[in-house]
Design a protein around this ligand. Structure first.
Ligand code: NDP
Length: 247
């Protein structure tokens, strides 16, 4: 069996896109999945699909912007399976727009989900992982954590923050508590992410990139699987995956 087999893995944002593809990939390889997101119908359907193909999965409706709900999710995972080996902080939002559009409610939501959601995930699982003396936290950043595009300032800032938080986590926890930290930085992937963009100009630009070069969520699931599948003494710190055709 691979190093993924029997690991207890929490995935936030498991109801679509890369979270869903990663859940299927890991379940197929023997992991015990704890699926989290807000849309219960989608989580239920995914759980059924995993169970039908012989995998193990439970789900809990969770909003990552609530640290209470994230703590309840960690307790639920531990009660169900007896450990928390991996947390994938994958939930995210990308309502792009230029700063002068002053979409302040969208800025707030991006900060709440993309930054605070990641912090609340770390907050919730760290006590369990420190007790266990092992664990692995995987945070979804982006190419947008490396470069800034016009119209993407706030989103890019949130994804840079995710990289900084992940690196801080690695430096603090890896040597002391044997907790690994991995940043996953994808380029364009075709998912539901762009459907929430309210600025037509930005939406068209992103749709054009997705249509011409966008990767499949399964391509990123492979990268996440690779990071989890390493032996315990090997930490994959960051994986940056661009479509071959993306600048
Ligand atoms: P999707 O829109 O398909 O998935 C986003 C997920 O986040 C959904 O499952 C959604 O579930 C969940 N989510 C959103 N808000 C919350 C919340 N408040 N609480 C809990 N869950 C929430 O997009 P992707 O699969 O593309 O995105 C996954 C991650 O990858 C994101 O962090 C994104 O920023 C990042 N990324 C995406 C790229 C792309 O090109 N698609 C490129 C680089 C990075 P629900 O609505 O049910 O709560």
């Amino acid at each position: 069996m691979s190093n993924v087999g029997n690991k207890v893995v929490i995935i936030t944002g498991a109801s679509s896109g890369m979270g869903e593809a990663t859940a299927l990939k890991l379940a197929h390889n023997g992991a015990k999945l704890v699926l989290a997101a807000r849309r219960e119908d989608r989580l239920q359907k995914l759980q059924e699909e995993i169970k039908k193909s012989g995998g193990q999965a439970v789900y809990k409706v969770t909003d990552v912007t609530s640290h209470e709900q994230m703590s309840e999710l960690a307790t639920f995972a531990h009660d169900q399976f007896g450990s928390i080996d991996v947390l994938i902080n994958n939930a995210g939002l990308m309502p792009l727009s230029a700063l002068n559009k002053r979409k302040i409610e969208e800025w707030d939501r991006m900060v709440d989900v993309n930054i605070k959601g990641v912090l609340y995930g770390i907050y919730a699982v760290l006590p369990y992982m420190r007790d266990q003396k092992h664990g692995h936290i995987i945070n979804l950043s982006s190419i947008a954590g490396h470069v800034v595009f016009p119209g993407s300032a706030v989103y890019c800032a949130t994804k840079s923050a995710v990289r900084d938080i992940s690196e801080g986590l690695r430096m603090e926890e890896s040597p002391e508590s044997n907790i690994r930290s991995t940043i996953i930085s994808p380029g364009s992937v075709v998912t539901e992410l762009s459907t929430h963009i309210t600025d037509e100009e930005q939406k068209n630009a992103i749709n054009q990139i997705e249509e011409s070069v966008g990767m499949k969520p399964e391509n990123i699931a492979e990268a996440i699987y690779f990071a989890i599948n390493q032996p315990e003494e090997v930490g994959i710190n960051e994986i940056l995956v661009r479509p071959t055709g993306q600048q």
